[in-house]
Ligand binder design. Sequence first.
Ligand code: ATP
Ligand code: MG
Length: 448
Amino acid sequence: MEPTHADLRDAFRARGRQLWLVGGALRDRLLGIESHDIDYATDALPDEIEAIARSLGARVTTVGKRFGTVGVLLEGAWVEITTFRGESYAPGGGRWPEVTFGRTIEEDLARRDFTITAFAENAHTGEWLDLFGGEADLRAGIIRAVGEPAARFREDPLRILRGVRFVSQLGFRLDPATAAGMRETAHLIAALSQERITAELDKLLQGRAPAAGLEALRDVGALAFALPELAPMPGCEQNRFHRYDVWGHTLATVQAIATTPETHRIRRWAALLHDLGKPAVRHTKPNGEWGFYRHEVVGAELAGALLERLRFGRADAHVVVLLVRRHMERPDPADRRAVRRFMAKLGGRWRDLLALKRADNASHTYDDTAYHDALEAACLRAEQEEAEAIRAESPLTGDDLVRLFDRPPGPWVGVIKRQLGAMVLDGDLAPGDRAAAVEVARRLMGRA
Ligand code: ATP
Ligand code: MG
């Protein structure tokens, strides 16, 4: 049996060690949402944390031990137990460049980045410790740095991206002084590793308020450093078919796109990048309006390069680029061949493209819903027909019939095959049931 949280608490108490619940789990509990990861902080050093966990017979992982963290499997979930931190950061360095251990929970909380991540609950006594007004900020929906904002962002510029990521994930807003500190230090993002940046951008984009998160990213000047490829979008004006500039339109599309858990990441990124080519190709048309001829072709190229730079993952990047490339496709729903060509070009992702087209249309000045409904119906029909074509196949081929009845080929072959196919379609004959089909064919030929 795996030990429980209560077992862990008792073991720490028996050793005279503190144990505090910290971080995301507390935040989520206050917000009333289910939490996936549980973190504890303690005054025990990593060796002792490990010894206590092993004394309970728990499964333990020590990959994070040199950063002060020991993973323990409790009640079916991995829990992180971390020695109080008191580290100092090297400017622009990694997450925990120099780990020094602190002696108190107060010291530990002071090292955390935002007030909404800097409170703790004593696992032994239930004491609630909120030194920086985190609970009030949580209730008010405010992301506020612990301490002097610019100094904290200089210690670790990733916090800038974490802050705007929380804007998106929680639907919160930045405290003005915190945003000002971000603005002052945003250029330091350039020194971070791409992995850390990409992980935050991915979380930002998949949050519940991605438009607000992206706008915060731009507003604090971090867009130019985290996603410089998108920097030409704000201020790139469009024509009378659009309510917003390319940036505003992009945010509206990201926010509007319908997703499922399996398609969430791909569709949000496709929405973000679908008009990436527009600033590069913008030109004046003879009628004096802005034109964006072939922006989906240029955009697909730019998106591919961007996703490669982000190390996005090949398979997902391929689909995102495909969706960007095809988002202007507009087959006539009444033209069966055109609909089938459209579906073939999308290699099984036509639902994603329709979701993108619908979201794209949400901030146009005209309503294309009727067209999208018709296209969706046509695609569904084509899929249905294809499934039926497979099911409607006669279990016997023409050659089979010629051999079976020892008669020369002629129109009779087609007549029998169509009959057999129709019976498969009606469910009176199982697909591929040759023996039963032979019986039916004999009857039809009057040879039963
Ligand atoms: P998520 O788990 O959704 O990524 P989180 O806030 O729980 O978000 P973790 O990486 O799990 O982030 O970190 C746990 C806690 O450690 C945070 O709540 C925060 O208090 C602290 N922390 C994480 N990263 C930093 C950082 N770069 N600077 C300061 N404190 C940090
Ligand atoms: Mg966490």
